[in-house]
Design a protein around this ligand. Structure first.
Ligand code: ADP
Ligand code: MG
Length: 324
């Protein structure tokens, strides 16, 4: 059963100097209980996509297309309904837990808040539920009385995960949940996320620039470049036999899970990702592409079938498809 369907989703920020097309026509599906990884370098539109899913974008963002959660379009929901969906049906874990927690409020009170707001616990029972949630993310119950600064980065990220789990949502969106953590802690938090979604049949959208992390946790992988999906398919296959030259560069950049050295710039890929306000013509990747043809400067081929339940947006993929 399909839980979430993005249909031609686009997000454009309107700023003083013009328009920033951050997400451009993304269509993706997520089955109930499945995990989808969204990869791409910084600036490719991943966080914009994540925020659009729960309508957390700033007011200057214009959103087009449809976001169907169980067939209901999030973009046209009334605010009351939207508030009910947040936390209770879908919740989000942000990059760098520091920003997600209130520094002057005790951990336990912060975890209890969504429970109380959604009437899922009476004030006198919330403490018990908070203790359970802390235990589920591997923290002792007494941590409820701590303030965020008394916790390590990994512990804070566990608290964020406890908050996301609090109202038993069916979908969790995790935006670079381990990027700010060191390698050992990153591996522990990834294991925790994997166990939790498997045990509870929660669907997951996990965002990272690190393809190896996503391939480890998610069954499906979508690779974004300049606001578009350029490759999509089963994650092991996408990771090990990428069809798009950009995916190949990302896979080569992150050969092992959480390698801190290769975190920043993909190896073997010169240049920077394009500025959305000044996108290259044709295939937006062509100026950096090692296998670009002359026509790539003017031709954007879009996604083509690239094997069993796979697609890729590359002229070489199209050529193979047309030859077969
Ligand atoms: P990622 O998460 O993949 O790094 P983002 O979604 O954060 O990418 O950003 C995509 C593009 O949108 C970038 O070019 C970024 O500068 C731009 N952008 C993000 N937020 C805003 C905003 N509030 N106003 C204008 N531009 C933005
Ligand atoms: Mg981001």
């Amino acid at each position: 059963m399909t839980l979430l369907e993005l249909d031609d989703l686009s997000v454009t920020y309107r700023i003083a100097s013009g328009e920033v097309p951050a997400v451009r026509g993304v269509s993706l599906k997520l089955e109930s209980g499945a995990a989808l990884g969204v990869a791409g370098e910084s600036g490719s539109g991943k966080s914009t996509l994540a925020m659009a899913l729960l309508r957390l974008l700033p007011r200057d963002a214009r959103v087009g297309g449809r976001i169907l959660l169980d067939g209901e379009d999030i973009l046209t929901m009334k605010w009351g309904r939207m508030r009910a969906v947040r936390w209770a049906e879908a919740s989000i874990v942000f990059q760098g837990a520091q920003h997600g927690l209130n520094p002057v409020q005790k951990i336990g009170d912060q975890i209890a808040e969504p429970l109380l707001v959604h009437n899922l616990a009476k004030p006198d029972q919330a403490g018990k539920r908070v203790a359970e949630l802390l235990e589920q993310v591997g923290l002792p119950a007494w941590r409820a009385r701590s303030y965020p600064h008394e916790l390590s980065g990994g512990q804070r990220q566990r608290v964020m995960i406890a908050m996301a789990l609090a109202c038993s949502p069916r979908l969790i969106i995790a935006d670079e949940p381990t990027t700010a953590l060191d390698v050992m802690v990153q591996a522990q938090v990834l294991t925790l996320i994997k166990e939790l979604i498997a045990e509870r049949n929660i669907s997951l959208i996990m965002i990272s620039h690190d393809l190896s992390v996503l391939a480890d946790v998610c069954g499906q992988l979508a690779v974004m470049y300049a606001g578009r999906v350029v490759e999509h398919g089963p994650s092991r296959e996408v990771f090990h036999e990428a069809k798009h030259p950009y995916t190949r560069a990302l896979a080569a950049a992150f050969p092992t899970v959480g390698d801190p050295v290769s975190r920043l710039a993909p190896k073997g890929l010169g240049g920077d990702p394009p500025d959305p306000m000044d996108l290259p013509t044709g295939c937006t990747f062509h100026p950096r592409c090692p296998v670009a043809l002359e026509e790539c400067a003017t031709l954007d081929v879009g996604l083509w079938p690239a094997g069993d339940s796979r697609t890729a947006a590359c002229v070489h993929v199209r050529a193979k498809e047309e030859a077969s």
